[in-house]
Design a protein around this ligand. Sequence first.
Ligand code: PMP
Ligand code: GLN
Length: 385
Amino acid sequence: MLGFPTLNVEKFITESLNEAAINNTSPLIHQYARSEGHPRLVQSLSKFFSPKLSRTIDPLSEIVVTVGATEAIYSTVQAFVSPGDKVLLMQPYYDSYPASILLAGGVPVLTSLKPKNLSATSAEDWELDFSELRKILETNKIKMLFLNNPHNPIGKVFKKSELLKIAAFAKEFDFLVVADEVYETLVYSDNSEPFVKFASLPDMFERTITIGSVGKMFGVTGWKIGWCISSPEIIKSIQLVHQFVPFSVTTPIQEAVAICLEKTEKNNFFSSNLNKYENLRDKLFNNLKEVGLSPMLPQGGYFILANTSSVTGFESGDKRGRDYDVCKYLTEKCGVTAIPPAAFYDEKFTGDSERKKTAGYLARFAFCKSRDMLDEANIRLKNYF
Ligand code: PMP
Ligand code: GLN
């Protein structure tokens, strides 16, 4: 149950790839793309995101197309983080954030999102401690903060009131915000509040790098197309790195993504896709609940954290934590694999840390899988529990 979809890819998506690469009459479609992004794609990204950001995004100066969100994260950090610069991460964090920071010689500074308790039933119950965050900001000069919304692995969608507090800190302590919003098209209908893009908040566009990914948007992680959206000054700095990392991104795939986005203006892909994922979410949530792996209902994305306190009988001893032992045991005994959340925490922490205290009792399951696969996982879990 790793984080990639095994669902059928919609026909209009594969047809777009065909149109871009095979039916295309221009020989240039097979040559280097414009380094900052294929013109047809940046046009369609601008059209898609301008209304969401309540401003007109200039396709030529405010977007850079990258090799997935992963390169967007890497090039953004390389552009702004110099050796010794501090970058604030919220645990649990997506693992490429600290890796990119360390590769740039930067220093991750950590705070944690914490559940109200381990019996929480919703991702909404995970919160930041804003007074702890203020103390960190008062004692460390932070260059950049990573905000993952909707969140992997928690499935939390930040409330506007929480985002406004982060925005106020960004102004007061003058740092950049990387808004990793790769799961933004998967925000579920039963949330108490709508999803808010960080860069749409007052005065935040100029200090925010918004990151997206076509892998999550269209369920095609193998296409590896992502982007950064920000002010022309910020995009220019990222572009200076990007031009020497991949230089440019596969032209036919960029063309295909542009065609897909254009088609979504007429089909209702995003709402039908959301519906599909919401049904899968509810299915996996109910299955986990049924076998006593108390799940926390995600508000967005395609992961569910579940409390594994009911799992016993495993061999303990993995130094990285109980969750590694449990996930290994579930794989071997049930044939169902979950990810140990300690992988999203700093491994240098020991003793009574968040890593051991919280992650140790959880496992991350993924529901971006076919109904058949979720049914099979349910049978295997039921046989065991
Ligand atoms: N950020 C988050 C939070 C993710 O979950 C992922 C995908 N696992 C990425 C970035 C990377 O996206 P891509 O596959 O487009 O490189
Ligand atoms: N995003 C995927 C996950 O969280 C994995 C992709 C990766 O590790 N690069 O499972």
